[in-house]
Design a protein around this ligand. Structure first.
Ligand SMILES: *Cc1c(COP(=O)(O)O)cnc(C)c1O
Length: 408
């Protein structure tokens, strides 16, 4: 059977096919970039219009109570619970991934005061690395970065915190969460995971695998819209022990007492700093609602199968003209596949010109994300065919495809 016939059969049997109608996708575009910016949920424009004109426009400041705006960081976080297998009172929507990283890195390091090292991986996502260095600089701690496979064995009695990204943003390789958490626990260190490329694509089990702390993006597989607020997770048993290093008034136990002295709220709320963006939370709520009634195991299985089929189409069409930079085994891969080509930037621009959207990551990576709620098997085979035409025919080599834009 040809790959396209296989794809059609897989689409016909897809238990998640119904979810595509929950999105508003442009006609004629094959969107393989939901790992950078999730597609627009069909419900979002109407919900935002209501929040703007009814809640903000009519009810004005009364909406903090009348429409429970004040509870939104918890209400929206509760929708994330089943997606990452954590309790609702361990999750909070707050600020950005970068800021949440800083808060939890510093909080964790201060909770292990006799230990002097923060351990991470070489090649961790840049914002993670910068926040680690920033927090370590302020607290007078050392940062140790080791090669990915060596992390679990590098944890020792001096490690306060082990922090890494679960799915590598370049290669798509998955890290062994259970092994790292076990090694960290055995040595008395805390663990902090960045789930930006995992939540909404892979079956996670934060409680079951002994995660202490986690953060991640709202705008990738969770479909919350550009710059959506992020989430953070603090295991219940640690919440009272950790102090928010950016203690803001909304994390106070009684914000409207306007007390001079900070007193942290009970539970997860203490990790909130300032006033949340209610419009952005409304959009993220619509994004998370696209997972209603969806089994995360099915999401993970489909993401893996989309990646496998894409790799097959690329190998069949491109031969040796591109390299495969992601694991071939979908059980150790996230939901994206990275290819290499010496002129990857221009190749991606040529693809985009033909309606196939992925992204470029320096120096030579073409990255394709598979969002199981709305990508179809047929899309990935077509994308592989179009890529094959471009790299074997050389149509990428035109001056306008070489011009770098600000965002790649
Ligand atoms: C996308 C991404 C981020 C983004 O952080 P922001 O604060 O939203 O800019 C952080 N970490 C990882 C691993 C990411 O993939």
């Amino acid at each position: 059977m040809s790959l396209i016939d296989q794809a059609k059969a897989l689409d016909a049997a897809d238990p998640l096919a119904f979810a595509r109608a929950r999105f508003s996708l442009p006609e004629g575009t094959i969107y393989l970039d939901g790992n950078s910016l999730g597609a627009l949920p069909a419900a979002t424009p109407g919900r935002l219009a209501d929040v703007v004109s009814e809640e903000w426009g009519n009810d004005l400041i009364a909406s903090w109570n009348k429409h429970q705006w004040i509870e939104a960081p918890h209400r929206v976080a509760a929708l994330l619970g089943p997606i990452v297998a954590a309790r609702a009172d361990e999750l909070l929507i707050a600020e950005s991934t970068s800021i949440n990283l800083f808060k939890l890195i510093a909080a964790a390091a201060r909770a292990r005061p006799r230990r002097t090292t923060i351990l991470t991986e070489i090649g961790n996502f840049p914002t993670d690395r910068y926040m680690i260095d920033g927090a370590a600089g302020l607290l007078g701690l050392k940062v140790r970065a080791v090669a990915p496979g060596e992390l679990a064995s590098a944890i020792d009695q001096d490690t306060a915190l082990v922090t890494l990204t679960h799915v590598d943003y370049r290669s798509g390789a998955r890290r062994d969460m259970a092994a790292v958490n076990q090694a960290a626990k055995a040595a008395g260190a805390l663990n902090l995971w960045d789930l930006s490329h995992s939540a909404g694509a892979l079956r996670l089990d934060l409680n079951g695998l002994g995660c202490d702390l986690a953060v991640g993006c709202g705008y990738k597989y969770l479909n919350g819209g550009p710059g959506a607020p992020a989430y953070l997770f603090v295991a219940r048993g640690l919440q009272d022990e950790l102090a928010n290093p950016l203690p803001g008034w909304l994390g106070h136990s009684d914000p409207f007492a306007f007390a001079d002295a900070y007193a942290p709220a009970e539970g997860i709320r203490r990790f909130l700093s300032g006033t949340p963006s209610i419009l952005a939370l409304a959009a993220l709520e619509c994004g998370l609602e696209t997972f209603d009634g969806v089994g995360i195991s099915e999401v993970e299985a489909k993401g893996g199968a989309l990646g496998d089929l894409f790799i097959a189409a690329v190998e069949q069409g491109c031969g040796g003209a591109v390299g495969i930079a992601s694991p071939r085994d979908s059980s150790v891969r996230g939901s994206h596949v990275s290819l290499t080509h010496p002129q990857a930037y221009a190749v991606m621009q040529a693809l985009i010109a033909q309606g196939v959207i992925g992204d470029f990551r320096a120096p030579d990576v073409l990255r394709f994300g598979f969002a199981p709620l709305y990508n179809r098997f047929e899309d990935v085979v077509r994308a592989g065919e179009i890529l094959a035409d471009i790299v074997t025919g050389g149509s990428w080599d035109q001056p306008h495809f070489h011009q770098r834009k600000a965002v790649t």
